[in-house]
Structures are given as C-alpha cells and as structure tokens.
Design a protein around this ligand. Sequence first.
Ligand code: M6R
Length: 368
Amino acid sequence: EKDGHDWFMRKEIHEQPRAVADSLLGRRTPEGHLHLDEMRLSDQELRDVDKVIIIACGTSFYAGMVAKYAIEHWTRVPVEVELASEFRYRDPILDYSTLVVAISQSGETADTLQAIRHARTQRSKVLAICNTNGSTIPRESDAVIYTHAGPEIGVASTKGFLTQLVACYLLALYLAQVKGTRYGDEIDQVMRQLEAIPEQVQRVLDDAPAIYEMAADHIDTRSVLFLGRHAGYPVALEGALKLKELAYIHAEGFAAGELKHGPIALIEDGLPVLCVVPPAGRDQLRDKMVSGIQEVRARGARTICLVEDGDDAITPYADVIIRLPRVPVLLQPLVAVVPLQLFACELATLMGHDVDQPRNLAKSVTVE
Ligand code: M6R
C-alpha cells in the first residue's frame, strides 16, 4: 500500500508528478478555453467580483498566499488571505461582490467551515478548493474546484499542497479569462508552463539522495531558518512548518526583506538558513535575495540555497546548493517546496519519529 516506501508521506511526495498532471487534466477545451467543471458560478457573477478573500489553515493557508500573488497579477482584483480561525472574529467586510475562496484538503476543517458559513450569511459567494469529494466544505459552497491528489494519508500535507497550488493558478487564469484581463495566448502560455511541471518535479525527486545526505548532516540541529521572497516566501513558511510538525525542530520562515528588521539578530555561528532564491529572470528580486544571503553568511550562518539551474551568482555565498528546474517566479513554489518536503521527511525518519502520525496532530482538525 505504500508502494515500497517506508511512509505514506514519502509515497505521497513521490506521487506529486502524477497528482499535478491529474489536476490539470481536461481543463482546456479544444478551442483553447479554460474550463472548470464544477465552477457553477456564472461568468456574470465572476465579472461582478471586485474582491477575493482566501481563507484556510496551515499548509492550505500558504497555498492561499501564493494564490494572492497569482490572482492579483493576472486579474488585478485585490486579494486578502486570512487564517480561517481569525476571519470570523474580526467582523470582516463582505458583500455579494466578494468571492470567498476556502482552501481545504480534507474539506472538514472546522475553522474553515465556520468561516464559510459566516461568509454565506453575508451573501458572499463561496468557492471551495478541496481534495475530498462530497466532504462538508464543498457541499456548503457555491462552487468547487476539486484537486486530484488522490487520498492523502500522511498527516503532513504534500501532494495536497501541490495540487492546491495548481487549482489556485487555474482559478486565477479562469478569472482572467472571464474578466478579460489577460489574452488567450498568455493564458495558453501559462497552461503550457504548468503542463511541464510534472516532469520538472520528477527531476527534483530524482535528486532526492542529495537532500537525504543533507538531512543526515542536520540530525543534531535544534533550529533552522527559512528565507524567501515573493512566491518563495510562502514556500519558506511551508518548509518551516514541515520541519516543526515532523522533526519537532524549531523552525521559522521569514520574508527575506524582513531580516534586517529583527530576525537577523537570531543568526549565530553554524545556524542553518535555507534560502529559496527567486529565478534569475526576476533580477531585482534575485539580487536582493543574494545580498540577504551574504549578510547572514557574514554572521556565521550555514547557507543552504535552492537555486534555479544555471544561476551561479549565489555560488560564492552558498554552503550547500540545491538545483531547481527553471520555471517562472509565480510557479516556482511547485518545484521549490519539494526538496523541503524531502528534507523534513528524511530528517524526521533519521531522528526516529513517526512521520505519518506526528505527535499531537490529526489529519483533519474538526474542532475549532
Ligand atoms: O484539510 P485542510 O487543508 O483544511 O487542513 C489544514 C491544515 O490543518 C493542514 O494543512 C495542516 O497544517 C497540515 N498538517 C500541514 O502539513
């Protein structure tokens, strides 16, 4: 049942190329239009949307953070991302022109469910991005985009996350198509870039032994920092969450630009700092990241850098380099998160922890 793997989580990490491909299947009509089968909101209803609020918890929340970048970039509609557990209690501003997007792998998370119930009392339309057919959240939503990860058994979300990202990109492109903010050939180009992702994720997986070797060097580590910018920032947060939940190690993710506003004081000799470097095409972002990496290294950090293939600017400042396939910055989370999943899974295994059932955690959190 685990396909020869020691953990469901490891099996699910390796299923990601298939999961991404399945989540993209059948989304384009022969005429080149994007088609979402359970959209159920009319084009007019979507054209009326003037604000999107994404609500989710944990890893799904980080998918929502990436979605904000994509939706705002492609549609120019303002997006807020909010933790479901906070949303209801702050008297959020909602009306019929607000589209609330609930992201939940299980479809049963109580915080998210209560949040959408509240949104519907305010006449907002709710769209669920969910992996579990017939679960409560999609049943109580106006529309659904199902992800096609297949059952996710490991408590730590992996293929659930990647397929949520795919669904978020599809939603962003669909909104752009309906609202006319992007031309068909642009949408087509992103779809082709997405369709190349399964093969690129497979290449990252083929390099797993190098990540495992790195994990073996970190068995005695008590703390790890993760840095990212732009779409790489949620990836840093997700990498830190994986390490906390599986290896029970203190880990924190930061937006790299925030370092100088406080966190840099944490840097001490030998502290591992994992850096998600933006693709070279985005030079301003990339160069800022490089200087952040220089700064932490000058203060003794051990820098582990996830860098796109062919980008050598970072080499002098990296203690370890992990190569990523070349993808546009908005899609980079799909490939950049995979080494972080492998790292956390392997480190927890070497530390003797139960990777599929980490202490104190449940797969679906059905209490508020
Ligand atoms: O089923 P959901 O996507 O609603 O779950 C949300 C979080 O509980 C979940 O992502 C949690 O953070 C995972 N254990 C992360 O690996």
